[in-house]
Design a protein around this ligand. Structure first.
Ligand code: TEU
Length: 578
């Protein structure tokens, strides 16, 4: 059965530092800004705070390109600020998680500068270098057909040493060569360095990409053209678990937290190898099944219709598999790479905005796993305005992709329109607008001093009517709903964290309902209506008894017909949007 751990019962709040709060008016969020909001974060009832990268970086990919793993970027503050942040969290009984980005570094990292300087430099083998291939006409071609997540080949030609280096992401993010034991050792040193400084754990960026299949074979052909994903050759590669065990050993010494990001895997068994409770690897992993639901397998910008039945199938699959097999899920629907769920899956129209946020909150927060909440999700932030043109978008993923569209399909207006719609629907910029704290202060209260510069990204224009302070002031807001859910989750740990999971009525496209059952038979029934209208749904007989009026939890009486929490002999039910 499932072993209990403090981190299984925790909720993590993710902060995107560039956009959270600017304390010095330079238009860029920073660590002192975060410190000034710790009481707010605490008031939500979360246990752990994870910061997207704040280490030194040229910011080609918003800090996911690190040039010094042991120092804070000036944009975000100093090492002393960072120490103060850790202390501020610990003083409030919260833990702190650092984003560890070690599949690749920045091309500005001294390791890479050395590596690219000559073929016999001692750091040459810290990265992945290959000679060119040549086609029939003798033209130089890259060593294989893998496509970068940020468009173009994963191979960048380097004039100095006349070889290609591998970068699965931006050209400024060369992949580290984990086959080299010195790289492994260097990563272990980084991990210890931060644990010794008081960090409580790590979120590990694309950690399942660190072991590539030897020979780096061509990716299987799934679409027209030369470039193909190739992910089958670098997701969960042959030495991944050896590397994860090395990391896991250190993590366990410190009883620290770890969550690995694992894109490109839909097989539960594959992820279990990294998170099984007896494997000594990671505590849990983010899988991408749900967030990949509304695009084609061949690419993020090719739309695919979202259906509730598909979502339910995925949830059922991961929930039951991990509980049955001694694994653990990281449950999330939003982060800095995903759009806002009320816009993406529900309705963000004014009359539905709060309701959609509550629906999605109960759907997510009462599942088994460690729960992740992303900044702004708690007060129902929505996607950027539909009429924003591309000049508002800042993300390298969209910018690079749009260049290839204009280059490859300059006259295909239909394709261009479809692509822009998809940018709006699932583009990463949606998650990155600066937090709108209030309506009246300069730049929505996001920056305090008299700013010489505007926020690095435009603030969502709806800040005049929709912001964090308003959500805190309104007892019926999404914020307070989240707060109550997190408290309920704490109170009902046996049922809501560790209890068994069963999705009901799998094929139904309007209602998502599931039952949680603790070892001693306490049951919770969660029902959500995902349609913008009244839906008639027959409650399955074996759980119908759970829906009885006399058991409304006092905390949730306010919600009346819009949301009902009820218990009966330990039963919790929630219905939304009747
Ligand atoms: O993301 C990895 C990833 O696979 C995707 O979610 C990625 O964001 C992109 O959308 C692919 O289409 C991680 C980080 O979370 C992301 O912010 C970084 O850009 C990326 O790794 C590279 O470090």
């Amino acid at each position: 059965s499932i072993k209990r751990s403090w981190w299984k019962e925790s909720t993590v709040y993710q902060i995107y530092p560039a956009s959270f709060k600017d304390s010095d008016g330079d238009g860029w969020g920073d660590i002192p800004g975060i410190i000034s909001k710790l009481d707010y974060v605490k008031s939500l009832g979360v246990d752990i705070v994870w910061l997207s990268p704040i280490l030194q970086s040229p910011q080609q990919d918003m800090g996911y390109d690190i040039s010094d793993y042991m120092d804070i970027d000036d944009l975000y503050g100093t090492m002393a600020d960072h120490d103060a942040l850790i202390k501020g969290l610990h003083d409030r009984g919260m833990k702190y998680v650092l984003d560890l980005v070690v599949n690749h570094s920045s091309d500005q990292h001294p390791w890479f500068q050395q590596s690219r300087s000559s073929k016999d430099n001692p750091y040459r083998d810290w990265y992945i270098w290959r000679p060119a291939k040549h086609d029939e006409s003798g033209n130089r071609v890259p060593p294989n057909n893998w496509e970068s997540a940020f468009s173009g080949s994963v191979w960048e030609w380097d004039e100095t040493t006349q070889e290609y280096y591998l970068h699965l992401f931006a050209t400024g993010q060369p992949d580290l060569n984990w086959e080299n034991p010195k790289v492994v050792e260097a990563v272990h040193k980084i991990i210890r360095f931060w644990l010794d400084r008081g960090v409580d754990g790590f979120r590990m960026d694309v950690i399942n990409f660190i072991s590539k299949e030897p020979g780096l074979p061509d990716g299987k052909i799934t679409k027209p053209g030369f470039l193909q994903s190739g992910v089958e050759h670098f997701a969960c590669g042959p030495r991944l678990h050896e590397y994860l065990q090395g990391i896991g050993k250190i993590i366990r010494e410190y009883d620290a937290f770890s969550v690995g990001e694992m894109p490109g895997v839909t097989d539960t068994k594959e992820i279990l190898k990294g998170v099984g409770q007896d494997r000594g690897e990671l505590a849990m992993a983010f899988n991408f099944d749900i967030v990949d639901i509304d695009h084609a397998p061949e690419g993020k910008w090719i739309p695919r219709q979202f259906t509730l039945s598909r979502l339910k199938e995925i949830v059922q699959k991961w929930q039951t598999f991990m509980l049955d097999n001694g694994g653990w899920n990281a449950i999330y629907m939003e982060n800095h790479d995903q759009s806002r769920t009320i816009s993406r899956y529900c309705s963000d129209a004014p009359e539905y905005r709060t309701l959609s946020a509550k629906l999605l909150a109960s759907h997510l927060a009462l599942q088994s796993g460690t729960l992740f909440v992303y900044q702004g999700q708690e007060w129902a932030q929505k996607n950027v305005p539909r009429d924003w043109d591309l000049s508002h978008y800042k993300d390298i993923e969209v910018i690079n992709h749009w260049k290839t569209i204009l280059h490859d399909h300059p006259d295909d207006k239909a394709l261009q329109e479809r692509t822009k719609k998809q940018y709006w629907l699932i583009g990463r910029d949606n998650a990155r607008t600066p937090i709108q704290w209030n309506a009246n202060d300069r730049y929505a209260g996001w920056t305090t001093s008299d700013p010489s510069k505007k926020p690095w990204m435009e603030i969502h224009p709806d800040y005049k009517t929709w912001h964090a302070e308003a959500a805190v002031a309104d007892p019926d807001s999404a914020f307070h709903y989240w707060r109550k859910l997190l408290a309920l989750r704490k109170k009902e740990v046996d049922t809501l964290v560790y209890g068994r999971f069963q999705m009901l009525d799998m094929q139904h496209e309007d209602v998502c309902a599931y039952v949680r059952t603790s070892d001693d038979g306490r049951r919770a029934l969660i029902i959500g209506n995902w349609k913008e209208e009244i839906v008639h749904w027959t409650v399955p007989k074996d759980v119908a008894s759970l829906l009885s009026e006399e058991n409304i939890l006092p905390d949730f009486k306010n919600y009346k017909e819009e949301t009902l929490f009820k218990t009966q002999g330990g039963v919790t039910t929630i219905t939304l949007r009747p």
